[in-house]
Structures are given as structure tokens and as C-alpha cells.
Design a protein around this ligand. Structure first.
Ligand code: FES
Ligand code: FES
Length: 163
């Protein structure tokens, strides 16, 4: 048994310690926001936050995150009550197919937690491991900038908490 702490809740997982975190999130915990894209650490669709770091959950064995705080997009808000980053992505219409978006939001979340007022260059550099096959990168960058400005203006700071 391995204890996974996901979005503030502990789960006892009976699985091979080498099982990728992504599989457990999706198949055992029904947290389907993170997506399987490449399975090779090359697209970012599976990005979640462990401690304060964005990680590729497709490459992360559950043994490596036992007892450490894991956050997924489901922890940032809900359909009825989206967090600032989620709202900004909606307002900027940053999704086309949407497959990359949960990973994008989680990497952006990690960025804004460490750099609340990123420069455009900061954002581009930090977001570069995550790819969007639909080509909405410009809208994604605008959404991150919008969320950063909202948070700096004292808006809802739900996404900067570590719940
Ligand atoms: S699915 Fe994990 S990086 Fe592509
Ligand atoms: S919106 Fe389709 S991959 Fe990014």
C-alpha cells in the first residue's frame, strides 16, 4: 500500500510502486483532468504539481510521491466555481480541443505561485515544456497574464493556495 495525498486528501493505493502517477490519478481516483498525451515527458498534457514543482505524471512513479502533496486541476476549482486561472482560460477562450489545458493550467499555477508577476519572457520560458497541438499558445499566454493581473489586483486568490 502507498499513501497518496492528492488535493489535500489521503488515498491508500494498492498498486505496483512503479505505476505512473497519471494512471493512478485517472484509473483509481477518477481524477481525469490530467491527460495521457505522449507518455514520454514530451508534451505536458499530464502535468500536475508535486510539492511546488510541475511534474510529468506520466513519468512519475507513485513510489516517488508517497506522502507528498500532489495537486491536480480538480483542486483548483469546479465547474460552478472555477479558480482565477481557470476563469482566465475560459475568458480568453484558450482551449480548442482542450486536451492540453489541464496540464497548461497546472504549470501556470506553479509559475504564478513562485513568480506572481512574471514577465512575458518568464512565462514563455516556464511554459515551454507544455505543448498545444491546436496552436492556442498565444491565447494561453494571454490567459496566464490575465490571471496574474487578477491576482495582483487582489482578486480571488484561490489558485495560490495549496489546497
Ligand atoms: S503524457 Fe506526460 S509528458 Fe506527454
Ligand atoms: S487546445 Fe488542443 S492541444 Fe491544446
Amino acid at each position: 500500500m502507498i499513501t497518496l495525498r492528492v488535493n489535500g486528501r489521503d488515498h491508500e493505493i494498492d498498486a505496483d510502486p512503479a505505476t505512473p502517477l497519471l494512471y493512478v490519478l485517472r484509473n483509481d481516483l477518477a481524477l481525469n483532468g490530467a491527460k495521457f498525451g505522449c507518455g514520454l515527458g514530451q508534451c505536458g498534457a499530464c502535468t500536475v504539481i508535486v510539492d511546488k514543482e510541475p511534474v510529468f505524471s506520466c513519468l512519475t512513479p507513485i513510489s516517488a510521491v508517497a506522502g507528498r502533496p500532489v495537486r491536480t486541476i480538480e483542486g483548483l476549482g469546479t465547474l460552478d466555481d472555477p479558480g482565477p486561472l481557470q476563469r482566465a482560460f475560459i475568458e480568453e477562450q484558450a482551449a480548442q480541443c482542450g486536451y492540453c489545458i489541464a496540464g497548461m493550467v497546472m504549470r501556470a499555477q506553479a509559475l504564478l505561485e513562485r513568480t506572481p508577476a512574471p514577465t512575458p519572457a518568464d512565462t514563455r520560458r516556464f511554459m515551454s515544456p507544455n505543448l498545444c497541438r491546436c496552436g492556442t499558445h498565444m491565447r494561453i499566454l494571454r490567459a496566464i497574464d490575465r490571471a496574474a493581473r487578477t491576482l495582483q489586483a487582489g482578486g480571488d486568490n484561490k489558485t495560490v493556495s495549496s489546497r
